[in-house]
Design a protein around this ligand. Structure first.
Ligand code: B12
Ligand code: SF4
Length: 490
C-alpha cells in the first residue's frame, strides 16, 4: 500500500517564487508519517516547492487543509479523485468546516490525527473507509516522534518546529485555535519534548505552541529540562509574561532568543471587543516591554487592524510604537473572519461579510478584506496594512532597529539573522499581497522550485499585475457574495 501526503500551497503568482517566510517544515505531515505503519510506502509532495505528479501511482492521498489553502487543497483532491484515487483531508479548516471538506474528499478527519489515523488506515485497507472521523475528547499527543525523514530532499528554513503543548484556554473571538481545541490547553509530556530535542540534535528550535506560557508549572519544568541541552529557541507567548520575571529568567537561561507576542491593538475598546483579556490586564505596553527586554529577548510583535475603533491614526500609533520599541519583526495583519470562529458568526449576523466564503471566492486575493470595516472602507484597510508594513520594513527602519544591539543584534549570529530575515520579510510584503488562492489546474505548468508558468486562458490581466494599492477591494466585493464560491470548475 502507498500513501501520498500533500501540503497544498496557498496559491502562486506566475513566474514568481513562493512567499519565502512561509517555507517552514510542515510538522503535521511528519506527525502523520510517524503514525503510519512502517510497511506502508510513503511519499510527500510540498506544493509550495515542487509540482505534484498526479499520475504517479498511489493508493491513498492525505491532504492538509488550512483556510487559506482550502481552495488549492480541493483542486488537488479533484485531480486525484478524477484518477480514481481516494483522498483524506484533515487539519484546521477540515476540522472547522468538515461538511464543506467532505464535498471534496472521500474521508475527513476532524481534530487531531493521533487517535484516528491508524483507524482510518485500517478501514481503508478493509475497503470500509468512513466519510467522517471525529475525535471528541481533546487532543492526545503520541509518544512517537514526528518522522522528519519525510522532508528529505526539500529545502526549508533552517529551524526545527516542535510542540510543547497544544491549544489555548483564552477565547479571542477571531481565533481558530481556541475553536479547534475547545478552549483547552493540552501540555505535552516534558520527557517527550526532551527526547525529541535529543534525537534531533536540534540547535535552533521554534516552539510552535500558540501560547507557551499558559500552564506555568509545565513551562517551568520544560525550561529547566531543556537548559542543559544548549538549544536556542523562539516561541509564542502572551504579554502577561512581563508579570512573571521568574519565568523570563528561566526562558533566557534555557536558550530563548526571542518571542512572538500578539499585541493586536493599542486601543482598549478594540481589545475588549476581541475578548483579548490576556492583553487587557496589562495596563501599559511600554512598561511590560521594558521588563521583557531586560532579558535581552528579540520581539516579534503582531498587530491586527479592522476592529471598530480603528482609523488611520491606529496604524500611525502602532508604527510609532514599533519603531520606539525597535521590534525585531512586526506584522500589520488585517482582521480575518476565519470560518468557525465567533467573529465569522458575528460578521454574518451583522451583515458585514463581503463574501460568504472568502477562502473559495474566485476573485479573493491574499490581503483582501473579507468584511465591511466600521470606520474605513475594506479597500482602505487593505491599503493601510500594506503601506504601514512597507514603512516598518523600509531600509532606514531596518538599519535603525538593528542598532538596538541588546534586543536584535547581540551576537554575530543574531546580526546575520536580523538583517537576512528583515530583508526577506521586506520582499515578502509584496510577494504575499495579491496572491491568488489556488491555481486553476488548466494553467498548472511548473517551472523552477516554487514557481509555475501560466498557460491557457487564466486571467490575462491578473490583479497582481496592476497596482495593489489602487485595486478596489470594496467595489469588486459587491458582487462577490455566496454564489461566487468555487467557480473554477475543473
Ligand atoms: C507554525 C505555523 C506556521 C508557520 C509554518 C507553516 C507550515 N506550513 O509549516 C508559518 C509561520 C510559516 C505560518 C504561516 C501562516 N500561517 Co500558520 N501556523 C503555524 C502554527 C503555529 C503551527 C502549525 C503546526 O505545525 N502545528 C502542529 C501540527 C502537528 O498540528 P496541525 O497542523 O493542526 O495538524 C494536526 C491536526 O490538524 C491533524 N491534521 C493536519 N493535517 C492533516 C491531514 C490529514 C490527512 C489528517 C488525517 C489529519 C491532519 O493532525 C495533526 C496532528 O494532530 C499554527 C497554529 C497551531 N497551533 O497549529 C498556525 C496556523 C496553522 N497558521 C495560520 C495562518 C492563518 C497562517 C498564515 C495565513 C499567516 C499569515 N497571515 O501569513 C500563513 C499561511 C502559510 C501557508 N499555509 O502557506 C492559522 C490557520 C487558521 C485556519 N483556520 O486555517 C493557524 C491555525 C494560526 C491561527 N492563529 O489561527 N504558520
Ligand atoms: S491568546 Fe492567542 S491563541 Fe489564545 S485565543 Fe487568543 S489569539 Fe488565540
Amino acid at each position: 500500500m502507498k500513501i501520498t501526503f500533500i501540503l497544498p500551497c496557498v496559491g502562486k503568482k506566475p513566474n514568481e517564487p513562493y512567499v519565502k517566510t512561509w517555507l517552514m517544515e510542515p510538522l503535521a505531515i511528519a506527525v502523520l508519517s510517524s503514525l503510519t505503519p512502517p510497511e506502508v510506502e510513503r511519499v510527500f509532495y510540498d506544493d509550495r516547492l515542487e509540482s505534484i505528479p498526479y499520475d504517479e501511482p498511489t493508493d491513498l492521498v492525505a491532504v492538509n487543509v488550512e483556510s487559506y489553502s482550502a481552495k488549492r487543497a480541493y483542486q488537488v483532491a479533484e485531480q486525484y479523485r478524477r484518477r480514481g484515487v481516494p483522498v483524506v483531508m484533515g487539519g484546521f479548516h477540515a476540522t472547522l468546516m468538515p461538511d464543506e471538506a467532505a464535498e471534496h474528499a472521500d474521508a475527513v478527519v476532524v481534530g487531531a490525527a493521533e487517535p484516528l489515523w491508524p483507524t482510518v488506515l485500517e478501514d481503508f485497507k478493509r475497503g470500509e473507509m468512513k466519510k467522517k472521523y471525529v475525535y471528541g475528547k481533546g487532543n492526545d499527543f503520541s509518544p512517537l516522534l514526528p518522522d522528519r525523514s519525510i522532508y528529505r530532499g526539500k529545502k526549508y528554513t533552517k529551524v526545527t518546529l516542535i510542540e510543547a503543548g497544544r491549544g489555548c484556554p483564552f477565547h479571542c473571538e477571531f481565533c481558530s485555535i481556541c475553536q479547534f481545541f475547545n478552549r483547552k490547553y493540552f501540555p505535552r509530556p516534558v520527557e517527550d519534548v526532551v527526547r525529541e530535542l535529543k534525537a534531533l540534535k536540534a540547535k535552533r528550535v521554534f516552539f510552535i505552541d500558540d501560547n507557551l506560557v499558559v500552564d506555568r508549572e509545565h513551562t517551568k519544568a520544560l525550561m529547566t529540562a531543556i537548559r542543559p541541552l544548549n538549544v536556542q529557541w523562539v516561541g509564542q507567548v502572551s504579554l502577561n509574561i512581563a508579570k512573571n520575571t521568574e519565568m523570563l529568567g528561566l526562558m533566557k537561561e534555557s536558550g530563548c532568543l526571542g518571542v512572538l507576542i500578539g499585541f493586536e491593538s493599542l486601543d482598549r475598546g478594540n481589545l475588549e471587543a476581541m475578548g483579548k483579556d490576556v492583553n487587557a490586564v496589562v495596563r501599559d505596553y511600554d512598561e511590560s516591554l521594558k521588563v521583557i527586554k531586560k532579558y535581552g529577548l528579540a520581539i516579534y510583535a503582531t498587530f491586527m487592524f479592522g476592529y471598530d475603533n480603528d482609523t488611520e491614526e491606529s496604524f500611525q500609533e502602532a508604527l510609532k510604537f514599533a519603531l520606539r520599541q525597535n521590534f525585531f519583526f512586526m506584522a500589520f495583519n488585517h482582521l480575518v473572519p476565519f470560518p468557525g470562529t465567533p467573529l465569522y458568526d458575528r460578521m454574518k449576523r451583522e451583515g458585514r461579510l463581503l463574501y460568504d466564503k472568502w477562502w473559495l471566492a474566485e476573485d479573493y486575493r491574499f490581503g483582501d478584506i473579507a468584511f465591511e470595516p466600521k470606520r474605513m472602507s475594506a479597500e482602505t484597510l487593505s491599503r493601510y496594512c500594506l503601506k504601514y508594513r512597507n514603512k516598518f520594513y523600509s531600509l532606514s527602519s531596518i538599519v535603525k532597529r538593528g542598532f538596538d544591539f541588546r534586543a536584535n543584534c547581540k551576537s554575530l549570529f543574531m546580526v546575520g539573522v536580523y538583517f537576512i530575515q528583515n530583508v526577506i520579510s521586506r520582499g515578502d510584503v509584496a510577494r504575499r499581497q495579491g496572491l491568488p488562492l489556488g491555481i486553476p489546474p488548466q494553467t498548472e505548468v511548473f517551472g523552477g522550485p516554487g514557481t509555475f508558468f501560466q498557460k491557457g486562458s487564466w486571467s490575462p490581466k491578473a490583479p497582481w499585475q496592476g497596482d495593489p494599492q489602487t485595486r478596489s477591494a470594496g467595489g469588486k466585493h459587491e458582487n462577490a457574495n455566496s454564489k461566487d464560491s468555487i467557480r473554477y470548475g475543473i
